[in-house]
Each structure stands twice: as structure tokens, then as C-alpha cells.
Design a binder for this molecule. Structure first.
Ligand code: NAI
Length: 522
């Protein structure tokens, strides 16, 4: 947690002038961030530079995951965390007193302000994914805020009749200051998925993005501020494990919602347990995708690609164990390999690109390491699995690789058992429904699962028997915001999105009203 390095280079379209920008060292809340952005002008007064704000992104703003540092961030320590939580608490006291409909109006304004293309560009630079996918992420983010704005005015309790005219009623009340801790794979979207239901219920949020992708959550803070939330209602603190741990231990924090790996999830739960804080854990997966021989093959192949190659394979709910019924294996493999080879890898800012760069050099090496180990254990690489160097010289140092399909896989191989978090599909043959369900469930994870078949009864039977928080039938990796998302088993608990998430960001108060005399036993 010493110094988190992430430097931002701006290229001019002509002449290759490089501007180094140090910004947002400790972004405690939106207004201080804005001040800091403005402060850059003074700090870098002597240097030739262009001022950027999130809504002033230059067409030449250009830096992808190409091995360059974007900006220097200093992790927030106890003082900043204290300031962020206190600010958030003060904002919560105001925000929670507003009518749900008033909160809805502010949130709808935030959803409206989110401008897809500008933020998507920064997200590409932040994360390395293709611009096409980043645009979808930003759309999903504003849709999520819009959806929970719609629910903010519907929060209500129950009226319960009791004997003698007495009654009780329940009130759905906010929790207070909620903490969101995010992973690096969907930086802006995760910040929206966590803050939207939190804010709709009347809470405040202190959000810590992953130190790998610190930038776009700050843009969301600015958007909420512009939309008119009380100052400090959505704060961003930068940092890694130490900052996250300060947040989880803080006595004024009422809840922690975490997205990340299983080992960190366990720590978050332990730390939160000390303060008896509820947690939502969105953790990793090793999800199965089952393709029966009666499937519409083209759709099944497209589904397998969607299940494996979005965001360079860095997706928690990816269906990376692709079980294919033996009779159709040759046709499936031929088609899936043909389409995988055709995926355009390269400059993620270009519209034609479908796969960008992985998050970091060590992560790329880890993913390639899984492939070498798979080969040693007997898997056959049908395509990809190599580092990729784009022809554009600016991208030479990037963390690119070609998407990989592995054949001859067995259930006991490391590539089939462990989450790779990269573009690596493991294909496994199966014979019967009973057998494949047992093998699909033979994992400690349970985030998602998929089944392709034309047999309606089989589809629902298989979905019922798969141990996973989400089961896709005849598609994969679509996540409309109306639909709850979350895990079974070690993939976590609690849900994000959908109506049910209101329950994870609120608490129920029961008020019992006596209309008669007190009948005392004493
Ligand atoms: N289920 C889901 O919705 C998703 C799950 N993931 C999972 O996340 C993992 C990849 O993301 P990473 O960022 O590498 O995960 P990670 O667990 O290393 O970090 C996640 C976040 O936790 C913070 N953190 C790390 N140690 C901490 C500690 N001791 N106390 C408090 N905070 C701490 C990090 O700074 C980061 O913000 C994968 O395993 C993936 O499956 C990723 C995206 C979505």
C-alpha cells in the first residue's frame, strides 16, 4: 500500500507530444476532487499541458493499458477515511430525510448527466477493455441509477392488524454510511451498482475503487455532485487493502458491499463481523456452460464466446467450463475456434476492436501460466493463448493476448478448477444430463451457469439443479439491471440489481401501537 502508481499520459494527435498529468491524489469527495483538478493548473503551471475535466476529454486523450503509468495516487490513510466517513454521515442525515421522490429526482438527473462516450473513453484508459464494451458498461450504469431512482419512491412497509384495534406497521429505513469496495474489471459500473440502491434507500456511500482502476469512480462522484446530492453523500477514497480495512473497521460504517476475490471477501467478512455489520459479497466464479446436442448450434457457439471473452475474460460470472455433449463436439469446436480466431484484438479505443488489454503485466503472466500448466497436464491449445503485440508501435508494451480455446480438458485440471480471469475457454465432453449436472456442481463456486437446449423441460430441470445464483437458458452474460445478480456457495451472498437489493441497503423497523389499556402481568 505504499505508493500506488498510475500515471496518465496524453498524446497529441500530431507530433506525439506527451503530457504527464498528476491528478486526484486523494479524492475524498467530489468537491475536493474538483478543486484538485483545478489545482493541477497551478501545480503544473510551468509545464505544457492541457487541462482536462471528465467532461472535457480531448479527442486526443489517448493512453490504454500499454504499460505506462497513468497518474500517481496516494492511498487514503486514517485521516482521509475519517473525513470521508464523517462527511458521508453528515450528508446521510440530510438525504435520508428527503422524500423518496425527491431522492429519485436527483438520481434521475445523475443518470441523465452520465454521458456515455466521454466516460467510456476514460474507462478504456482506466481498464483496457474495448470501447464497445465500455459503452455498454456506462449504459448499464446509468440504467441502474435510473432503475433505483424509480424504486426510491416506492419504499414502504406493511400494516399489521392486531386485536382490539391495535396495530403494528413496519418502516423501511436506511442503514447509514455504507461502504463500497470495488474490483478493477468494471470500475464505473460497480460504483453505480453499489451506490444506486444505497442512495435510493437514503444511505450515503464511501466508495473505494480498486487501485488498478482509480479514475472513473471519481467521475461518478462528480456526476452525483452535479446532480445535486448533499455534499459528501458519495465519497471516493483511493487506496488498496489498508484503506479498505480502515473502512471496514470504522465504527460509523453500517454496511460493506464488496466485489472482488474470495480470499479478500473472507477478510472483509471477518473485519465486518467485529462491528456486526451486514456485508454483500460478490466474489469469483468458475461457472459451467452446458451445451446439449439438440441446441441451435450457432447460438450455442455465440453463447460460449459471450460466456468467455467479454472484458478479456476478466469477468466473475464467465462460463469458463464449457461442457459439450459428445455427439456435437467436432462441429462445436470447429465453429468456436473459427470465431475465436476472428476476434479483433488490439487498440481498445478503436470501434472495430473486440478485445483489449489485460489489467496488468503480472496478471497477463498469470493467465499465460495457466495455459502452460494446462498444456503440461494434457490439454490441447486449439487457438490463441499467446502474448499479442499489436502492429501499432504505441501499443507495443501492452498486456495483450490472443483468446484461447483449450480442448482435451479433464475435470481435475487446474485450468478447469481454478478461476483464470482471462480469455481462456476450457471445453469438456459429456454424455448424459445427470452426469453433467454432477460435474457442473462439483466446484466450491456458484456464481452463474448456463444451458443451451431446445428441450424446454430439460432447460428448466437443469436450471433447477445447478447450484448457481444465476442460470442462463439459451444465452449467457446478459445482466439487465432489473434482474438480481449474486452468488451461491463461495461466490458470495447478498444480491445486486433488481428489487430485492433494496433489502440489502435498508433495515426494517416495526412500530407496535396499542389502542387500549396496558394489560400488565405485574
Ligand atoms: N462476483 C462479482 O460480482 C465479481 C467478482 N470479481 C472477482 O474479483 C477478483 C478480481 O478482482 P481484484 O480487484 O483482483 O480482487 P481483490 O479481492 O484483490 O480486490 C478487490 C478490492 O478489495 C480491495 N482489498 C484488497 N484487500 C483488502 C483488504 N484486506 N481489506 C479491504 N479491502 C481490500 C482491493 O483494493 C480492491 O478494491 C476475481 O477473483 C473476480 O472473480 C470481480 C468482479 C465482479
Amino acid at each position: 500500500d505504499s505508493m500506488i502508481k498510475c500515471i496518465l499520459y496524453l498524446h497529441q494527435p500530431l507530433g506525439f507530444k506527451v503530457f504527464l498529468l498528476h491528478f486526484i491524489t486523494r479524492s475524498v469527495n467530489a468537491s475536493s476532487t474538483i478543486k484538485r483538478l483545478k489545482g493541477i493548473k497551478e501545480v503544473l503551471g510551468q509545464v505544457e499541458y492541457k487541462m482536462i475535466t471528465p467532461f472535457d476529454i480531448l479527442p486526443s486523450f489517448y493512453a490504454v493499458r500499454i504499460g505506462r503509468v497513468l497518474c500517481d495516487m496516494v492511498p487514503c490513510g486514517p485521516d482521509e477515511v475519517e473525513q470521508a466517513v464523517k462527511n458521508a454521515h453528515a450528508a446521510y442525515l440530510k438525504w435520508s430525510k428527503l422524500a423518496g421522490m425527491e431522492r429519485a429526482r436527483v438520481m434521475l438527473e445523475a443518470a441523465r448527466i452520465i454521458r456515455r462516450d466521454e466516460i467510456a473513453k476514460v474507462e478504456v484508459i482506466n481498464n483496457g477493455k474495448s470501447i464497445t464494451e465500455a459503452r455498454v458498461d456506462i449504459d448499464v450504469a446509468w440504467q441502474c441509477i435510473e432503475y433505483y431512482a424509480g424504486l426510491a419512491g416506492t419504499l414502504s412497509g406493511q400494516h399489521i392488524q392486531l386485536p382490539g384495534g391495535s396495530f403494528a406497521y413496519t418502516r423501511r429505513e436506511p442503514l447509514g454510511v455504507c461502504v463500497g469496495i470495488g474490483a478493477w474489471n468494471y470500475p464505473f459500473q460497480i460504483a453505480a451498482w453499489k451506490s444506486a440502491p444505497a442512495l435510493a434507500c437514503g444511505n450515503a456511500m464511501v466508495f473505494k475503487p480498486s487501485p488498478m482502476t482509480p479514475v472513473t469512480a471519481v467521475m461518478l462522484a462528480e456526476i452525483y455532485a452535479q446532480a445535486g446530492v448533499p455534499e459528501g453523500l458519495f465519497n471516493v477514497v483511493q487506496g488498496g487493502a489498508e484503506t479498505g480495512s480502515l473502512l471496514c473497521h470504522h465504527p460509523m460504517v453500517a454496511k460493506v458491499s464488496f466485489t472482488g476475490s474470495v480470499p479478500t471477501g473472507k477478510k472483509i467478512m471477518e473485519m465486518s463481523a467485529k462491528g456486526v455489520k451486514p456485508v454483500t459479497l460478490e466474489l469469483g466464479g468458475k461457472s459451467p456452460l452446458i451445451i446439449f446436442k439438440d441446441s441451435e448450434l450457432e447460438n450455442a457457439v455465440k453463447g460460449a464466446l459471450m460466456a468467455n471473452f467479454l472484458s478479456q475474460g476478466e469477468v466473475c460470472c464467465n462460463g469458463t467450463r464449457v461442457f459439450v455433449q459428445r455427439e456435437i463436439m467436432p462441429q462445436f469446436l470447429e465453429e468456436v475456434v473459427k470465431r475465436t480466431k476472428a476476434i479483433p484484438v488490439g487498440d481498445p479505443l478503436l470501434d472495430g476492436t473486440r478485445m483489449g488489454a489485460l489489467i496488468s503485466r503480472p496478471h497477463l503472466e498469470r493467465v499465460l501460466g495457466f495455459i502452460s500448466e494446462a498444456k503440461k497436464q494434457g490439454a490441447k491449445v486449439l487457438c490463441g493463448g499467446e502474448p499479442f503485440v499489436p502492429s501499432d508501435s504505441k501499443l507495443k508494451g501492452g498486456y495483450f493476448m490472443t483468446p484461447c480455446v483449450l480442448d482435451n480438458c479433464r475435470d481435475d485440471m487446474t485450468c478447469v478448477k481454478e478461476e483464470i480471469f482471462g480469455p481462456v475457454m476450457s471445453v469438456l465432453p459429456f454424455d448424459t444430463e445427470e452426469e453433467v449436472i454432477e460435474r457442473a456442481n462439483n466446484t466450491t463456486f456458484g456464481l452463474a451457469a448456463g444451458v443451451f437446449t431446445r428441450d424446454v423441460a430439460r432447460a428448466h430441470r437443469v436450471a433447477e439443479n445447478l447450484q448457481a445464483g444465476t442460470c442462463f437458458i439459451n444465452n449467457y452474460n446478459i445482466s439487465p439491471v432489473e434482474v438480481p445478480f449474486g452468488g451461491y456457495k463461495m461466490s458470495g451472498f447478498g444480491r445486486e440489481n433488481g428489487q430485492v437489493t433494496i433489502e440489502y441497503y435498508s433495515q426494517l423497523k416495526t412500530v407496535v401501537v396499542e389502542m387500549g389499556d396496558v394489560e400488565s402481568l405485574f
